[in-house]
Ligand binder design. Structure first.
Ligand SMILES: C[S@@+](CC[C@H](N)C(=O)[O-])C[C@H]1O[C@@H](n2cnc3c(N)ncnc32)[C@H](O)[C@@H]1O
Length: 196
């Protein structure tokens, strides 16, 4: 089944004019999105084909822009952040993209609403939610996990998710990096598949 991750960054740049020598310092923390992409798709020796990733960029100068990556279409995925940022830079400049990478002019609310109306099971990840092991995952369903960037999800977006009755699920009391949360969720669901 498809596994979807949405990462929303209120600061990540929507311009290609950032430095590959100092990605974190010049891009509004697009590095968080780049690491999240690598963690979502890459396993040893292969790419997870079942994953779709949406990186919602809401920084200046032209928000929102959403990077959409489909695991089924990927022919290549870099292992390092700088090479990943190079692909994103290309994408933001409007140049032809690597296969599997797309740039959408869609914002967070519309994206989430689309998944909701298509009956995907949406989950907001936050350390104060209910513990993931107590959540009754149905392996025949398609889940869409929503995460914040380095600042966490902004309050209006959180309130929007709560207004849609999207459950809030925790990976434990430790605050992990966004990219680490993606690895933990992937590992958790892999194990459910292996042992059910
Ligand atoms: C680096 S954390 C944000 C930390 C930020 N300093 C804050 O105060 O919210 C980025 C995202 O990872 C997710 N996250 C981090 N730790 C988590 C946990 N223990 N359980 C569930 N989600 C978590 C949340 O979606 C959060 O928005």
């Amino acid at each position: 089944m498809k596994r979807i991750f949405i990462v929303k960054s209120s600061t990540a740049t929507t311009s290609p004019n950032f430095s590959l020598r100092n990605i974190a310092g010049t891009s509004g923390r697009l590095d968080v999105i780049c690491r999240s992409i690598i963690n979502a798709f890459l396993v040893n020796g292969s790419i997870r084909r079942e994953i779709e990733f949406y990186g919602v960029l809401e920084g200046p100068p032209n928000p929102p822009k959403t990077i959409f990556i489909s695991g089924r279409e990927l022919s290549y995925l870099p292992r390092d952040e700088v090479a990943m940022a190079k692909i994103v830079k290309h994408l933001l400049s409007g140049a032809s993209a690597s296969s599997g990478f797309h740039l959408l002019k869609i914002g967070f609310k519309k994206l989430v609403s689309n998944f909701k109306s298509r009956d995907f099971k949406l989950i907001y990840l936050h350390e104060k939610g209910s513990y993931i092991r107590d959540f009754n995952f149905d392996l025949n369903e398609e889940y869409c996990f929503i995460l914040g960037g380095h600042l966490g999800l902004d309050l209006p977006s959180e309130l929007f998710l709560f207004s849609l009755n999207i459950p809030c699920i925790s990976l434990g009391s430790v605050k992990y990096l966004t990219s680490q949360c993606i690895t933990i969720v992937n590992e958790f669901l892999d194990r459910l598949h292996d042992y059910k």
